[in-house]
Design a protein. Structure first.
Length: 237
């Protein structure tokens, strides 16, 4: 799954004896969302995945290094696909809680999103991209991506390129609950930037502060809370 893929990437990046570019990750997707494989058209069936591995189809992609806080200590992880802040992280927490309760459905993420819409509120956020202040207002959600997909098929970074050395940053500014629900379909059809409250930025280094603190999820795994820093590592794995 995407979370396991992120954990493996983090392990490869911190291993000191071998260069990360010398390690080949071979993916047979068996997770719930499987968003990372969508970017590359990797087959979902086990036999086709194995055939692609045997045929030697490989590539290098960018990796993001993220710093965050947990239990009042700064920690660090690596991301292979997408990080979600604010509403995205709230949905992720609800979704993972339902999975831990044993619930299974292809609609589970969408159900979690609708439940979260009823409770989540925009938060005051400051965001610097490459040391330039680009956001200083109420923000509903921020998605920082190397890949295009998250949340089991959402396309929140439709223009992302995984080896261009840049994060795509999609920010949804303060928006009403009804505004989210009426435009929810655009999160899946690649037309998210047609929403007036949504903006796209790109950069190599991102710093985010908030009041109050907000949470972050990376590749489907809940990590910690703000402030955050993201740094791009070119074609690192």
């Amino acid at each position: 799954g995407d979370g396991e893929l992120q954990a493996v990437a983090s392990g490869i990046m911190v291993e000191p004896r071998v260069a990360s570019t010398d390690v080949l990750r071979a993916v047979i997707a068996c997770g719930t969302g499987n968003d990372w494989i969508r970017m590359y058209g990797i087959p979902r069936t086990y036999t086709d995945s194995i055939r692609a591995i045997v045929d030697g189809h490989s590539f290098l992609q960018d990796i993001g290094r993220i710093s965050y806080y947990k239990s009042n200590f700064q920690q660090q992880r690596y991301m292979a696909n997408v990080a979600g802040i604010g509403f995205d992280a709230a949905v992720n927490r609800k979704y993972n809680r339902l999975k831990e309760e044993g619930k299974k459905s292809k609609w589970l993420y969408i159900w979690s999103a609708f439940k979260s819409v009823l409770r989540y509120h925009s938060t005051g956020v400051k965001m610097w991209i490459d040391d330039r202040l680009v956001i200083n207002e109420l923000v509903y959600s921020a998605t920082i991506g190397i890949g295009k997909y998250n949340g089991g098929g959402m396309i929140q970074m439709p223009d992302a390129v995984a080896d261009d050395g840049l994060f795509d940053v999609t920010v949804i500014r303060r928006i009403s609950r009804m505004g989210v629900l009426m435009r929810f379909r655009k999160l899946y059809n690649g037309k998210i930037y047609n929403i007036k409250k949504v903006s796209l930025s790109r950069g190599r280094k991102i710093r985010i502060a908030s009041s109050p603190e907000i949470r972050v999820e990376v590749d489907g795994e809940a990590l910690g809370y703000s402030p955050f820093e993201f740094e791009m590592l070119d074609r690192a794995i």
